[in-house]
Design a protein around this ligand. Structure first.
Ligand code: PEP
Length: 247
């Protein structure tokens, strides 16, 4: 039985004051699932301290594929561990689209995270053009194949995967539970071809305009093991309501 996992992706949002308010509200929440909060780099120490004792774990939104050294502006996985991160998102579609991250680079970042004991949340998903062309499963399979080329399944199971259709992220347009389940099942089948037991252990999250009103039906699908939540995670009460739907 896979325990549900709900992760907040704050993206490039927040301030010291706004984070403090969020963390104060979170203190009253008792979530029935595993919870991760992925904050911007500069706020990781603040958010880590604020989450202490709440059961929620700290995550980052990206890491360098390199070891520490002369890489101006980058942040190494070692530094994330050093400030208390247990998790890190890799391959978010915004990083793929806006910062040119390729399938291979994303897989390298996942491998580097795993090597450092950080749990990657590795994101995959198709664009609207790809879905409309009937290429969803092919595109996701290629993203998964690149991940599997650098990270054995039992290592991916250490972290989590996130299926995030690009057309559903921040658009208010959610995949239907059936659309999401179809892709989640295909991902799990692909994992199972390499290692059936590890595939059963791997948590596959859905991301894309998850809200308190649609979370329960999505999370009820057999291969949906929780969510990666963007916009709705910025309000502690909304995020808590989504976590409650993962009971
Ligand atoms: C995300 O950024 O990972 C995401 C799913 O965003 P939203 O929930 O806002 O669609």
């Amino acid at each position: 039985m896979r325990r549900k996992l709900v992760a907040a992706n704050w993206k490039m949002n927040g301030s010291s004051a706004a984070n403090a308010q969020w963390l104060a509200a979170w203190r009253d929440v008792s979530a029935p699932c595993d919870v991760v909060v992925c904050a911007p780099f500069v706020y990781l120490p603040q958010v880590g301290a604020g989450l202490a004792g709440s059961g929620a774990e700290l995550g980052a939104q990206n890491l360098s594929a390199q070891a520490p050294g002369a890489y101006t502006g980058e942040v190494a996985g070692e530094m994330l561990s050093d400030v208390g991160c247990r998790w890190v998102i890799v391959g978010h579609s915004e990083r793929r689209a806006l910062y040119g991250e390729t399938n291979e680079l994303v897989a390298g970042k996942a491998a580097r995270a795993i090597a450092l004991g950080l749990k990657p949340i590795a994101c995959v998903g198709e664009t609207l053009t790809e879905r409309d062309a009937g290429r969803t499963l092919e595109v996701v399979a290629a993203q998964m194949a690149a991940l599997l080329a650098q990270c054995p399944v039992e290592q991916l199971a250490f972290g989590a995967l996130a299926y995030e259709p690009v057309w559903a992220i921040g658009t208010g347009r959610t995949a239907t539970p059936a659309q999401a389940q179809e892709v989640h099942a295909a991902i799990r089948e692909q994992l199972a071809r390499a290692d059936a037991q590890a595939a059963q252990r791997t948590r596959i999250l859905y991301g894309g305009s998850v809200k308190p009103g649609n979370a329960r039906e999505l999370f009820a699908q057999p291969d949906i093991d929780g969510g990666l939540i963007g916009g709705a995670s910025l309000v502690a009460a909304e995020f808590a309501a989504i976590c409650a739907a993962a009971s």
